[in-house]
Design a protein around this ligand. Structure first.
Ligand code: NAD
Ligand code: 0WE
Length: 266
């Protein structure tokens, strides 16, 4: 019996089989959870339906998180399928592409700042709020995905870094807000992974190479590794953990100087 058996999880942010959300869905399915999925627009609907079928799910509902109406109808629709929800997984981020290329002050705009924070940070609180009636009284868990650019400056990550800083603060405030209802709220800060959101990012290959040089494990992380940690954090095995940012980054964020840069090979 898996450590998530009997749990119902909503996974938001699957775009394709490379999505981090898909790694999370597979791990949660393996551990016995029942799954539902959301998709943001008609273009992605059939792809998400096909992936959902692979993990025995036929609950696939629309939700563009930039709309309160869509967030509210997502949970109204989910309530027609399930009588409760144990796990909410948020793997959603967006900033204007032009603002992820160039120096921060050259690229940031008032509108782009608001959009990045709205879709990538507020939406977690907005979904948490709307999910609450279904999650009450079940020792539930919410999880989101962050990146080291939240707490360190990073070329080109720019306004997304600020949005991730806000998202990480959201994790702490949501954890405080929901603690007395026994709902836990956490984030995983993942190392760089080649996904749709990383495609077309300037110098991504060079960044991955640098990452592999510095990270103690000497390699990138996989969506399966993020998925396993996500499954743990959302399970009763992690009942004492809330408000936390857990790094799944092959140790990258813990390093000051790497052996490999001093020419050592072992
Ligand atoms: P991805 O492109 O597969 O997933 C991003 C998802 O966000 C997509 O499914 C997209 O449909 C969804 N999305 C964007 N705008 C939306 C909106 N308005 N409404 C609803 N959904 C919307 O890429 P990914 O890398 O799996 O990204 C998932 C999460 O992981 C993001 O929060 C990202 O910031 C984070 N992350 C990614 C990396 C990486 O290197 N790939 C590293 C750390 C954290
Ligand atoms: O969070 C992210 C990327 C999120 C993202 C990606 C895109 C590309 C397409 C948000 N909005 C958009 N908008 C688009 O139009 N990551 C952690 C991956 C990532 O993105 C970077 C990185 C890394 C790592 C951008 C610049 C530098 C590093």
């Amino acid at each position: 019996m898996g450590f998530l058996s009997g749990k119902k999880a909503l996974i938001c942010g699957v775009a394709n089989q490379r999505s981090i959300a898909w790694g999370i869905a597979q791990a949660m399915h393996r551990e016995g959870a029942d799954l539902a999925f959301s998709y943001p627009n008609d273009k992605l609907k059939s792809r998400v339906e096909d992936l959902a079928a692979q993990v025995a799910s036929d609950i696939v509902l629309p939700c563009d998180v930039s709309s309160d109406d869509e967030i509210n109808s997502l949970f109204r629709n989910l309530g027609q399928c399930w009588d409760g929800l144990d796990i909410l997984v948020h793997c959603i981020a967006f900033a204007n592409r032009e603002e992820l290329d160039g120096s921060y002050l050259d690229t940031v705009t008032r509108e782009g700042f608001a959009l990045a924070h709205d879709v990538s940070s507020y939406s977690f609180a907005g979904m948490g709020k709307a999910a609450l009636p279904l999650m009450e009284g079940r020792n539930g868990a919410m999880l989101t995905l962050s990146y080291l650019g939240a707490v360190r400056s990073m070329p080109n990550y720019n306004v997304m870094g600020l949005a991730k800083a806000s998202l990480e603060a959201n994790v702490r405030y949501m954890a405080q807000s929901l603690g007395n209802r026994s709902i836990r709220v956490n984030a995983i800060s993942a190392g760089p992974i080649r996904t749709l959101a990383a495609s077309g990012i300037k110098n991504f290959k060079a960044m991955l190479g640098h990452f592999e040089t510095i990270a103690p494990l000497g390699r990138a992380v996989t969506i399966d590794e993020v998925g396993n940690t996500a499954a743990f954090l959302c399970s009763d095995l992690a009942s004492g953990i809330t408000g936390e940012i857990t790094y799944v980054d092959a140790g990258f964020s813990t390093v000051c100087l790497s052996d490999r840069l001093l020419g050592k090979t072992s």
